[in-house]
Design a protein around this ligand. Sequence first.
Ligand SMILES: Cc1ncc(COP(=O)(O)O)c(C=O)c1O
Length: 366
Amino acid sequence: MDFHIPYLDIKALQRRFSQRDSEALQELQDLGIYIGGEPVTRFEMDYAQYCGTQFCIGTGNGLDALTIILRAEKQLGRLPENARILVPAHTYIATFLSITEAGMHPIPVDVHHLLITKDVVEKHLENVDAIVAVDIYGKLVDDEVYAFAKANHKPIYTDAAQSHGAKTSNGDRSGSRGMASAFSFYPTKNLGALGDAGAITTNDEELAVMARRMANYGRTSRFVNDMKGVNSRLDPLQASFLNNRLLFLDNDNKKRKKIAQVYMEQIENPKVKLPPADFLESNSIHVFPIFLEERDQFVAYLEDRGIQTNRHYAIPPHQQLAFKEFNDMSFPQTEYLHDSEVSLPCHPLLEDHEVQEIVIAINEYS
Ligand SMILES: Cc1ncc(COP(=O)(O)O)c(C=O)c1O
C-alpha cells in the first residue's frame, strides 16, 4: 500500500548521514580496522559522557546488553543462580528473553498506565531478587521506583532500549539510573545504527569490567578464559555510524516532543484515548501511542487516507507460546494496552502540515 505519510521514513532519516557514513567506511578500510578500535572506544567514551555515567560497553545488540548485565551480576555473586527478576508485563519480548537467557526467572507484573510503579514493586519485593525497569515508548520509569529499590537493597537495572536521551526533572539522563542500563541501537530507535548494535552503561566499575569480559568470550587476557562468556561486540562500522548520529540526538528528540505536544493538545475524539497527561515528561518519545477499542477499523480508516501507523505491540510476552508458563496469568492493564494501542507517526522529519493532517483525520474519525 502506498502511504503519503509513512509511519517512519527510515531511509530518509538515515540518509541524512550518508556522506559522513561513506567517509567512515572508507576510513576503516584505509586503517584496516574490522573489530574494535578507535571508533568503538570513541563511541563508548562519548555515550558514557552523554548519559552521565563513568562506563559504557558496546555490545552486538540490545538483547545481549541486558543479558550480559544479568550474567555479569551473577558472575560477581550479586545475583543468585535462578534469580527471580521482576519485569513489567508491558514490554517487548526481548526483556523477558534476556532474563531467561541469563538462566533466571522473569516475575511479570502489571503496569499502572504504562510503567511499573513503586506500589507494584513494593507488593512483590519479598518475592524477587532484582528488578528490570523498562522505559517503554521512551518514558522513564519514575525516580521513586529507583529510590525505593535502593532503600530496600534490591538491585535495579534498566531496559533503556527505547529511551535514548530522555531526562528526568532532576536532569538525570536515561542510562544513568540504577545499577546498569541496556540500550539498543536497532536502526529505528531514536539513536539507531545501520544494523544491530547495543550498549551497557553503568557507574559500577566492577560490573563494567565483568560485562566487558563477559561480552568477549569471558576472557581475562588473550589466552586465559576462566568463565564462560559470549561474543557480542559493537561493530566498529556501526560505532562510526553512531558517532555520526549522537550529535543529532537531542535535536531529534526535541522535534519528536514538539509533534507529541501537538497530538496531546489537538487530538479530540471521544473514541480515542490519549496517553497519560504526564506522558511528555521525562520522555524521548520513541513511540507516540493512542488507544482505541476498534483498532483495526481505525487503522484501516487512516490507511485509506494515506496515513500509516504501527503497533507497540499486539501480543504481550506472557501470552506468547514462547512463554507458555505465563499463558494462564492475567495482567489487565497490559492486555488492554496490547489490544488497543496504535502508534502514530512521530519522527524528526515529519512536517507540520503532515502532523496537522494526521490530527484532522483522527478528529474526523467517527
Ligand atoms: C524494550 C526493548 N528491549 C529490548 C530490545 C532489544 O534490542 P535489540 O533488538 O537491539 O536486541 C528492544 C528493541 O527491539 C526493545 O524495544
